[in-house]
Every structure is written in structure tokens, then in C-alpha cells.
Design a protein around this ligand. Sequence first.
Ligand code: TXA
Ligand code: MG
Length: 341
Amino acid sequence: MTETKILTCSNEDIAIAADCIKKGGIVIFPTETVYGLGADATNIESAKKIYQAKGRPSDNPLICHVTQAEEAEKYCVTSPFYYKIAEKFMPGPITVILKKRSDCIIPAAVTGGLDTIAIRVPSNETARKLIKFSGVPIAAPSANLSGTPTLTALRHIIKDMNGRVDYIIDGGDSDIGLESTVVMIKNEDELVLLRPGAVTAEQLGEICSSLTIEKAVYEKFEGRPISPGMKYRHYAPDAKVVILDGNDGDVYKFLKSEPNQPVICFDEDEFILKEFPKSFSIGRREDHTSHAHRLFAALRDLDGGDVIYVRMPAKEGIGLAVFNRLIKAAGYEIKKLGDRI
Ligand code: TXA
Ligand code: MG
């Protein structure tokens, strides 16, 4: 058990955290997407500490965080298309998978033994200062225990991670609330979307000649996905998550037969919000950005019982990322309501 100390986003506090990272420690820090569990990406022992603190399988690689797109040169093989992506979306919520250079100093323990590395340039000021003050690339998965909902708020971080890390930097609630978009470059200017996020499929489609969305984004994937993280149970609270796919009337009718259960719904669901004391709105029905921002915290705040019902989100824009996290949290089960035979 480590004694965990909470820090602010002041330069003095970030310097304390950076010093800890330089010395091989592990620190939870804010990014614009979600909180990360960071360590020196060039240090094998630090990487091992991350896997241990998270309870993460060691074949699931970590993202390396740097402050400038150009820093990827030191570790990976880049291309003009990488810089096109960078110019448009970095710093920001995107991660690009690149081929590792043969003289790369980032150990195989960080990249899950793959010959590629995930590069991300966060825009969050505290994250950027932490990387800068540390003077090393920071390897960081999302800060949650493996398999559980991603951490986007301090109260949930303390509950799960106290005693497992050296420091937690409190940056308030995560701005976006879902992890970065992960893409891999295929051929010259073709992209494969491995994980949807705030940089949307629609936006990516505008800058590449073709965009393939990995099957695992939408449905259960049997076999060996490109992104090892796709094969594991993910984002799940203790309660069973059940997605309700149906129109308002059918959803209300179903819920009436299940009183007192927690429900994640929309602002427009006045009936649910009034009748169900454990209901929680993740925003207006069309406000996908709000759904992303609130989903993970809602799954945690409503946890504790047998089940959490969630209304089916839309799949456009950042909605695709919300849908992707939800179907994984629900073990890919969607309850269709109102089907007529
Ligand atoms: O927003 C984010 O991306 C957050 C913040 C902290 O930056 N990080 C994050 O890391 O979500 P993590 O480890 O929870 O998710 C990274 C995903 C995993 O699914 C992993 O398998 C995949 O990226 N990944 C990492 N390196 C890869 C590689 N070389 N090839 C394919 N997939 C990779
Ligand atoms: Mg994660």
C-alpha cells in the first residue's frame, strides 16, 4: 500500500508530481479526455507499476503522451499523413498508432510487445506541464482499475485508487469524459478507427482517402483485434448494465414493471425523472457531447444494485463513442422493446 497524496494544478504541485515520475513513481493526472495513470514511458519498472496498480493484462499496450506531434520522431516512423492528422487534431483527443523505430528507447513492456506505439499529444494544460516538467514521454492508460468504468471525477478516483498510486492531481471533472479516438494509418492516407472518441468518424473521413471502422467498435469481436484492449471486458460497473432500445412509450412501459431501479436517461424523459428516484439525465437527447461528459460518472454514481438501465444513445458524432463504451459496459446486450411479431 502506497500513501497517496492529492495535489492541485499549481506549478509547484505539478513539479512535485513530475519529480515523482522522474524517480520511477506513478501519478494520476487530468487530461482533456479522462484521467490517466502516468509513469516514465522509458522506464520498464515504472511501466510494471502501472500494470500492477490497474490490474491490467501486460499484453495491453499503453499510450505514450508527449507535448508536440514532432516528438513522435524520436520513437516512431512518421509520414506526411501523420503530420496532416497532427495539424488538424493535435494537441487534442486523438491517439495515432505508428511503427516503432528500431532504436526506440520505449521498452516492449510499455507497448505490449508490439512493433507499434500509440502517440497522443494532450491539450490539457496540467497534462502538458507534467510531461514537460518530467522531461520524459509519459505512458498512461486511463486511470481506472482494469475492466471498470473510466475515471472522470476525483470522488471516484479516490474510492478506487487511493493507496495504489503516489499522487493524484485534481483537475476537476474531465472535460470530454471519454477516452481519445484511436486511429491507425494504413497505406498512405487510409485510416482504421480502432476506438471512437471526440475526434469523430465524420471528421476523420474528411482528411483521409478511406476510413475503416473496426468491427469491434460496434459489436462483440471474437479473435485477435488490432488493438489488444478491444478484447477485454471493459467499462463495467458492478451492476449489470442493460441498454433499452425502444420508443418513449415502450421504454416507460417497461420501466413501470421495474420500479426503483436506476435509470440513465435524457432531459426530455420527464416521466422517468419524476417517477424514478434513482434516475439520472445525461443531457438533452441530441446533446451527444453532454452524454459523453456524464456517462462514466453516472455509471459509477448509480452503481450498487443489481442493474442499471440506460436509454439507447444515438451513434452520430461523439455519440458513436458513447454507444461503443455503453455496449461494452453492457456486455453487448441490447434489450429491444416494442417489437411486434
Ligand atoms: O484519452 C485517452 O486515450 C486516455 C488518456 C489518459 O490519454 N488513455 C487511455 O488509455 O484511454 P487506455 O490504455 O485505457 O486505452 C488505450 C487503448 C487500448 O485499447 C490499447 O489496447 C490501445 O489503445 N493501444 C495502445 N497502444 C496500441 C498499439 N500500439 N496498437 C494498437 N492499439 C494500441
Ligand atoms: Mg482504458
